[in-house]
Every structure is written in structure tokens, then in C-alpha cells.
Design a binder for this molecule. Structure first.
Ligand code: HEC
Length: 125
């Protein structure tokens, strides 16, 4: 084996190792934190209509009339009302019978955090 090839292999291994080390702490915290669970549930079940930022600004969201979850009307809803809407659906929003109560309880604070993120980004602009 030539020295050049050997060096390339070594460099490749070091790069892979560095990437693995950098990636690990992030994915571990994503699995353990409750709010991250809410985010995951949201991204898997809700974002296609309500958009990752809650605006409802997606192709499907606009087609079905998904509401802006950061709007004052949405923020007025109580946790119980939101939970009922997720369980039973409403209008064009389908019921999510596959979500457990714990998952619904995790996604609601995440919805509320979307409007706070918007306020925070407005302040810094
Ligand atoms: C297929 C598209 C679709 C998906 C997926 C979807 N929604 Fe909706 N959502 C809607 C539509 C449409 C409305 C408006 C319903 C109405 O009032 O007629 C809505 C309304 C809402 C509202 C009420 C907002 C308001 O101002 O009244 C909340 C809260 C909500 N959705 C949360 C969620 C959550 C949480 C998920 C994921 C678990 C989700 N939605 C998934 C389409 C969707």
C-alpha cells in the first residue's frame, strides 16, 4: 500500500470519528428532552399542514386552510381544547387517534413555543 493511500485512509477515519463525536451529544439530548419530543411529534404529524414554524404556510396547509398556530385565536385555546381538537379533529384537520395522551401533552407546549419564537425573532430584527 502506498504512503499516500495510507494517509488518505487515516484522514478519513479521523474525520468519521470527529463527526461521530460532534453528532452524539446533540442526538442524545434530542431523545431525552420532553420538549424535543413535542417537536418531533409536531414535525411528524402536524408540520405538513401547519408548517415547521406554525404558520400553516405549506402547499397542503394552504389547500386545507390550516390555521396559523401563532395567531391570537389559536393562543386563546386552552390546553384541553387543543387536546380535544388533536384527538377528534375539526373541519379539514384529521383526528390523531394514534397519538397517546402523553404525546398530546408534549406537543401542546411545543405549539405554544412556536409563537414565542416568533415574538423573539421579531424583537431581534
Ligand atoms: C391535514 C392537515 C392538518 C394536519 C396534519 C394537522 N392540522 Fe391542525 N388544523 C388543520 C386545519 C384545516 C385547521 C382548521 C380547522 C377548522 O377550524 O376548521 C387546523 C386547526 C388547528 C388548531 C386550531 C387553531 C385555531 O386557531 O383554531 C390547532 C391547535 C391545531 N390545528 C393543531 C394541530 C396539531 C397539534 C397537529 C398535529 C398533531 C395538527 N394540527 C395537524 C389542518 C391540519
Amino acid at each position: 500500500m502506498s504512503a499516500t493511500i495510507q494517509r488518505r485512509i487515516m484522514t478519513g477515519a479521523v474525520t468519521i470519528l470527529a463527526v461521530a463525536v460532534l453528532a452524539t451529544p446533540h442526538s442524545v439530548s434530542a431523545q431525552n428532552s420532553k420538549s424535543d419530543d413535542g417537536q418531533k411529534i409536531y414535525e411528524q404529524n402536524c408540520a405538513k399542514c401547519h408548517a415547521p414554524d406554525g404558520s400553516g404556510n405549506t402547499t397542503i396547509g394552504k389547500a386545507v386552510g390550516a390555521k396559523d398556530l401563532r395567531a391570537p385565536e389559536a393562543l386563546k385555546l386552552t390546553d384541553a381544547q387543543i387536546a380535544t381538537q388533536i384527538e377528534q379533529g375539526k373541519g379539514n384537520m384529521p383526528p390523531f387517534s394514534g397519538l397517546t395522551k402523553a404525546q398530546i401533552d408534549a406537543v401542546i407546549p411545543y405549539l405554544r413555543s412556536l409563537s414565542k419564537k416568533q415574538v423573539a425573532s421579531k424583537k431581534t430584527q
